[in-house]
Write a protein that binds this ligand. Structure first.
Ligand SMILES: [Zn+2]
Length: 425
């Protein structure tokens, strides 16, 4: 297994077509869903600029029959998806900050560490996760983008690099091997997962714990989150597929838990085989997946996604016929998939609003001429409807926006499009 590199066939440019399962190398891959040809989510031209040639890549999800991994059928060149100026910072999302604080609490309770023990975060971004460990343990981040500079400013040791063999060698040389290695919401983004796992093993102490958090495939299916499908997310994990991956590299899943980040994720603890007792949560979640991840579930998902698209279109068509305005609220990466898949344009959605300070303001939503404007416009213009593009946190957003003075109604696009009455309604 260890010599089995992911087999990728050459495609156009630096992108590659997936012909084998990236976890088990199986070739029995079923198409689950095709979201169409999507532009890279960070391709956002300035408002007013003339539309020019832009790339778009097919976003098809395939499911492996053997290990239940769901993966994109095309791996887009990472140099295109993650330029050094990649602007995402995890510190800006409250639910993520809370999650990392909770992760720290859980780790220190379940697997107490000493002051000299090292924690390494893969894809450490602006250091938000490590800032929880920093006062208590030694810590080090590995981050390919400029977001790492923000971590360094907070005093968190950070290596600016993709996570690869050279980065691991540099880290081990400078800091030794890690007691805890974390990889949150990056495990799905990296191209050669076998090589990543070999690097994790080289980095991890003999008694170390590897903690991954990944967007959870079952949650995606349950709540129809097709909008989380974009090219940065190469793989969508179940515990079944993660177990397959970890075991192939001599690691054992010792604990697992569903967590709320990104609309539903799974946190998995693994250690070298036999080092730690296996918690009952592992067999419980595996049994649920056995029951739930059926062919029928996938067929229902496909059907329901199409229905949600048609229903959202019908709802917006009614509003358009009445001459009323709709503003989008929030421009996370998932908004780009929803807008492009449903086929919204600036005649349907007047604009999308982002909070003041967002680098997206003054640009177009990828693949469209829908402008991203400052959030204050919602209260100044009072459109009839706000379309919540961060719909997975609608319960948190609606009371906030109403309290701040928005008098219109809300459209929650998924899992099934619905209107939630605001103050005026
Ligand atoms: Zn597989």
């Amino acid at each position: 297994m260890s010599d089995n590199k992911t087999k990728l066939a050459a495609g156009t440019s630096g992108s590659v077509v997936v012909e084998h399962c990236q976890v088990c190398q199986g070739t029995d891959l079923d198409p689950v869903f095709f979201a169409g040809y999507l532009p890279p989510v960070n391709e956002m031209p300035a408002i007013g600029s003339q539309p020019h040639e832009q790339p778009a890549y097919p976003a098809q999800v395939l499911r492996c029959r053997r290990c239940h991994l769901a993966q994109l059928g095309l791996v887009v060149d990472p140099a295109i998806l993650f330029p050094p100026t990649y602007p995402y910072t995890s510190g800006t999302t409250k639910i993520l900050r809370d999650n990392f604080a909770e992760l720290y609490q859980e780790v220190s309770k379940l697997y107490p560490m000493g002051k000299q023990d090292l924690v390494v975060d893969i894809g450490s971004n602006d250091g938000t996760l490590l800032s929880n460990f920093q006062p208590h343990h030694r810590d080090h981040g590995i981050e390919p983008t400029n977001a790492g500079n923000l971590a360094v400013e907070r005093g968190i040791s950070t290596l600016t690099s993709f996570f690869n063999r050279a980065a691991v060698e540099t880290t081990v040389k400078a800091h030794g091997r890690a007691k805890v290695v974390t990889a949150t919401n990056v495990f799905a983004h990296m191209e050669d997962i076998g090589e990543i796992m070999r690097c994790v093993l080289d980095l991890l102490d003999e008694d170390g714990i590897f903690i991954s958090e990944s967007h959870y495939w079952l949650a995606l299916l349950e709540t129809l989150q097709y909008d989380t499908i974009y090219h940065e997310h190469l793989r969508y994990y179940s515990l079944t597929s993660l177990k397959y991956l970890l075991e192939a590299h001599g690691l054992e899943v010792v604990r697992a838990k569903r967590i709320p980040t990104h609309g539903g994720s799974i946190r998995v603890y693994a250690a070298r085989k036999g080092k730690l007792p296996v918690h009952e949560s592992v067999s419980a979640i595996l049994a649920t997946e056995d029951r739930e991840l059926t062919d029928k579930k996938l067929a229902d998902f496909r059907h329901d996604v199409v229905r949600s698209k048609l229903e959202l279109y019908a709802l917006l068509a009614d509003i358009h016929a009445r001459g009323q305005k709709v503003y989008g609220v929030g421009a996370p990466s998932r908004a780009s998939t929803l807008i492009n898949y449903v086929g919204l344009d600036d005649g349907i959605l007047d604009c999308v609003l982002e909070i003041k300070g967002s680098y997206k303001i003054g640009k177009y939503i990828p693949g469209t001429l829908i402008p991203v404007l400052e959030e204050s416009r919602l209260f100044e213009d009072q459109p009839a409807y706000a379309l919540l593009l961060s719909w997975h946190i609608a319960d948190e957003l609606i009371p906030k926006l109403t309290a701040r003075g928005f008098k219109g109604d809300y459209i929650v696009p998924l899992p099934r499009p619905r209107i939630v009455k605001g103050k005026g309604g």
